[in-house]
Structures are given as structure tokens and as C-alpha cells.
Design a protein. Structure first.
Length: 119
């Protein structure tokens, strides 16, 4: 099993910044991708940002230029630096880790961390 734990959420004013962290541990063989998703009440969960094992990144259009995803492979940790936050960024943010275990891919999710952008 792989455990995934997010941290760093909280309340921030519009225009402010937050940094989320996600650490994976346990039976890790080879992590391929690490993703951040978010879900607001009444809305479907959406992909926010992805980083691959090779360091390639991809972002949702809604966060391009404001959010930066990065990865510390040695620590099996992924970060999401969020800047210029808007009320529309309010959501529970989830981390997903894809583990390649001898050719089989397994996804593991964290429990989520709440981000609230409000004055």
C-alpha cells in the first residue's frame, strides 16, 4: 500500500498565496505521475496540475500562470505553489500518486486539504 498525505491548506485572502505539499510513502516502486485535483461543492473533481517522473508539467487553463507544480523525487513529495488566488479557487485539493509496480499502474489518493479564498 501507498499512503498519500496532503498539507498546507487554509484560509487566504484574494490575491494571496499558499503552498500545498503532498508526501507519498509505503510500498513505492516507481512513481510515474503526481497530480493535484480540486473539487468544489456541487462540482466534479477537476485536474489542476500534473508533473511526470521526467519533470514535465501540465496545468488546467484556469490556473496557468498562477500555480506552479514541482516535485522532489528523493522525498516522493509534490508541491503546488498557488499565487494570485481567487475566490473561484476555493475547493478541497487532492493529491493523486500513480505507482508503477512491476508494470501495473496503481493510483492512490490523499484525504484532501481545504483551500478557502475569501476576504
Amino acid at each position: 500500500q501507498v499512503q498519500v498525505v496532503e498539507s498546507g491548506g487554509g484560509l487566504v485572502q484574494p490575491g494571496g498565496s499558499l503552498r500545498l505539499s503532498c508526501a507519498a510513502s509505503g510500498s513505492i516502486v516507481s512513481i510515474t505521475t503526481m497530480d493535484w485535483y480540486r473539487q468544489s461543492p456541487g462540482k466534479a473533481r477537476e485536474l489542476v496540475a500534473t508533473v511526470t517522473s521526467g519533470g514535465s508539467t501540465n496545468y488546467a487553463d484556469s490556473v496557468k500562470g498562477r500555480f506552479t507544480i514541482s516535485r522532489d523525487a528523493a522525498k516522493n513529495t509534490v508541491y503546488l505553489q498557488m499565487s494570485s488566488l481567487k475566490p473561484g479557487d476555493t475547493a478541497v485539493y487532492y493529491c493523486k500518486v500513480r505507482n508503477n509496480r512491476f508494470g501495473m499502474l496503481y493510483d492512490y489518493w490523499g484525504q484532501g486539504t481545504q483551500v478557502t479564498v475569501s476576504s
